[in-house]
Design a binder for this molecule. Sequence first.
Ligand SMILES: *[C@@H]1O[C@H](CO)[C@@H](O)[C@H](O)[C@H]1NC(C)=O
Ligand SMILES: *[C@@H]1O[C@H](CO)[C@@H](O)[C@H](O)[C@H]1NC(C)=O
Ligand SMILES: *[C@@H]1O[C@H](CO)[C@@H](O)[C@H](O)[C@H]1NC(C)=O
Length: 163
Amino acid sequence: MDTNLLTLFKLSLIFAVNMLMTRSLSDADGGDLSFTQQPRLLQCNQTVLLLEMERCGERFRSDMSHIHPDDRCNLTHFIREYHVFSSCTETNAERIGCFWPNPAVERFIISIHKHFFSNCSLEQVFIDPPDDTLTLLIFIPVFLTLAMVVLVVWCSKRSDLLA
Ligand SMILES: *[C@@H]1O[C@H](CO)[C@@H](O)[C@H](O)[C@H]1NC(C)=O
Ligand SMILES: *[C@@H]1O[C@H](CO)[C@@H](O)[C@H](O)[C@H]1NC(C)=O
Ligand SMILES: *[C@@H]1O[C@H](CO)[C@@H](O)[C@H](O)[C@H]1NC(C)=O
């Protein structure tokens, strides 16, 4: 049970890191995007937001179904699908004028984690450093930034306690 919770926690961190990365990547090739981006003018509609998240979830479900059941806890095998999924939630939330991440999105992500990874142990997910190049490209920055995210979470926890 504990390891499952840890797995969920780690995946949530990866998700957060992915968010930071895709954000800085899209900032980097910014020109085109800033032309269509007008999220501040739109009012975030929670109903539409949940529909969009469901669509990302459906796509993730279908992507995951192509992975052999034995490999569904193997980060090497699902990191690309997961990356697509987290980008999907971010892009679509922002497109319809919602902040990202936000509580509704987080709840959805956690339910996705529970659904797909509740049977995975931490060891299963993280035992092997991926060897494939593209996977490494995603994997390494994720783990470099992981420390940063942990620090941020830890600091905000502390300031909550101190406040
Ligand atoms: C949100 O979108 C739905 C479906 O388009 C619409 O029925 C509803 O009125 C909208 N809610 C708000 C608060 O704009
Ligand atoms: C997790 O294990 C339970 C019990 O063995 C099974 O019913 C369920 O389908 C599994 N979930 C996933 C996502 O594999
Ligand atoms: C995960 O997948 C990789 C690549 O196929 C494989 O080498 C490794 O043994 C797998 N890890 C586990 C724990 O099954």
